[in-house]
Design a protein around this ligand. Structure first.
Ligand SMILES: *Cc1c(COP(=O)(O)O)cnc(C)c1O
Length: 379
């Protein structure tokens, strides 16, 4: 029996240790981990540089509060600001909290209430995150939902035009829908989206919680398209697995988050932020990001070649090291098969296998994963 609420259909694997792309379970079996904690451990498990910084911080102090000055938060925020082209950072503890902050900030700064999001999006499990998510399955039994959210088909600019009105505070979108099935936004859609938002006095919020922090080969995925969002939310990969989230926003929004307007007891915890600083200093380097782009292209091309005859494969898509394999069948049995072959992967929606290796993955590990996937998918 379990003492835990059964919110997760847990696998039989129980990790006992992990390093880099490798994870060892309770039976001593070793797996190639292409889940990276759902796009979190972007430098691999227990990266040495981050570990040393965290241990050093543990020896100094663990927690004070956000009433104190923090050079560490300032230095880490500077890394996010310089990499994004935005101006101000608010630290919280998770992705859902980052989106909560983004939604609150957009409403207060514009004095409007409506938030437009897209079908098949995913924005988190809190009330605002759930309301923002364009998938009915996450809302079942939790109604009534928070007002006012409106959902528009992804990549449909006419539908977006029809939904935008003078009460629209923000449009919130992912660049590649992660949980929804590795669905990329088209470049034309993103350009029109930004223009329409500007014309309407509506803020553009980009949810980079899964696509950000180097995952697609740029610090943030919106940078592939030359966009200028007003607010960006990040979490997952930001601190190599320690809990941390953040929003990064334009300086004009600063006044809306004045003292007393928003906060978090644990947000920006020194141990997590120390891990974030060490992580970002590595990932935001051009050489590192170029390698992510190269390995991503190599991975996707190898999959396309090896799986070209696999009848169950419908399409292979993604950017950098965020790759989806859409199947004609339910994806879950193939995930289980891959696990038997000692490769850990994820699903995204019912029919897509999702591959999120650590950004430090080697070519030979990619090759190994491709071979396992080609065995499992029958080509
Ligand atoms: C994971 C995720 C979230 C939620 O993050 P949590 O840390 O689980 O709250 C929100 N948006 C996107 C795009 C995500 O991938």
């Amino acid at each position: 029996m379990s003492y835990l609420f059964p919110t997760y259909a847990r696998w039989e694997v129980q990790p006992v240790k992990a390093k880099g792309s490798r994870l060892t379970d309770q039976n001593g079996d070793e797996y190639l981990d292409f889940t990276a904690g759902i796009g979190v451990t972007n430098l691999g498990h227990v990266p040495s540089t981050v570990k040393e910084e965290v241990i050093d911080q543990l020896n100094l102090f663990w927690h004070t509060s956000n009433l104190f000055q923090s050079k560490l938060q300032e230095e880490t925020a500077k890394l996010l600001v310089e990499a994004s082209g935005l101006d101000l950072v608010f630290f919280c503890n998770s992705g859902a909290e980052a989106n909560e902050a983004a939604i609150k900030l957009a409403r207060k700064a514009t004095g409007r209430s409506k938030i437009i999001t897209f079908l098949h999006s995913f924005h988190g499990r809190t009330f605002a995150g759930m309301a923002a998510t364009g998938q009915e399955k996450v809302k079942v039994g939790f109604g009534p939902m928070l007002e006012t959210f409106e959902y528009v088909p992804f990549n449909d600019i006419e539908a977006l035009k029809a939904a935008l009105d003078e009460n629209t505070a923000a449009v919130m979108t992912e660049i590649i829908q992660g949980e929804g099935g590795i669905n990329p936004a088209t470049p034309e859609f993103l350009q029109s989206l930004e223009t329409l938002c500007h014309e309407n006095g509506t803020l553009l919020i980009i949810d980079e919680i899964q696509t950000g922090i180097g995952r697609t080969g740029k610090p943030f995925a919106f940078q592939h398209y030359g966009l200028h969002p007003d607010i960006v939310s990040v979490a997952k990969g930001i601190a190599s697995g320690l809990p941390l989230g953040a929003i990064i926003g334009k300086k004009e929004l600063g006044q809306a988050f004045s003292p007393g307007s928003h906060g978090s007891t644990f947000g920006g915890n020194p141990v997590s932020v120390r891990a974030a600083k060490a992580t970002l200093e590595i990932i935001f380097q051009n050489d590192f990001l170029n390698e992510v782009e190269r390995k991503g292209a190599y991975f996707q091309n190898s999959l396309k070649t090896k799986l070209s005859d696999a009848k169950v494969v419908k399409s292979i898509r993604g950017k950098g090291l965020m790759i989806g394999i859409e199947l004609t069948d339910n994806a879950e049995p193939f995930l289980v098969q891959a696990r038997k072959e000692k490769l850990l992967i994820l699903t995204a929606g019912s029919h897509v296998l999702r591959l999120l290796p650590p950004l430090t993955v080697s070519d030979s590990e990619i090759e190994k994963a491709v071979n396992i996937l080609s065995k499992v998918l029958g080509s």
